[in-house]
Write a protein that binds this ligand. Structure first.
Ligand SMILES: [Zn+2]
Length: 96
């Protein structure tokens, strides 16, 4: 999916990603089953994702490049994701 918003001089910058994104996604998949009270709606999962990423240092690189993330370890990411799951479960943005 190409978005014109990401074009600069005809080159798309969409493939430059925050390198924490995949670590956060893997952690969410691993940890969410441990929280049976967490509802699995799109809004809550997106909130966990956004809240987790906003609490981690933002380091960006081309999605295809292999970068060792020296600033953030897997266990740092899991701590942040656990925190985010609890925050969102406590205060979902929707009723019920
Ligand atoms: Zn929800």
């Amino acid at each position: 999916m190409r978005s014109e918003k990401y074009l600069v001089l005809g080159q798309s910058l969409e493939s430059v990603r925050n390198i924490c994104e995949l670590m956060v996604i893997e952690s969410i998949k691993k940890l969410i089953p441990l929280y049976p009270s967490f509802d699995h709606c799109t809004m809550c999962i997106e909130d966990v994702y956004a809240l987790s990423l906003s609490r981690l240092p933002a380091t960006y690189a081309h999605a295809g490049s292999i970068i060792l993330n020296k600033e953030v370890s897997q266990s740092d990411v899991e701590d942040v994701v656990r925190y985010a799951i609890l925050q969102v479960a406590d205060r979902p943005k929707h009723n019920s």
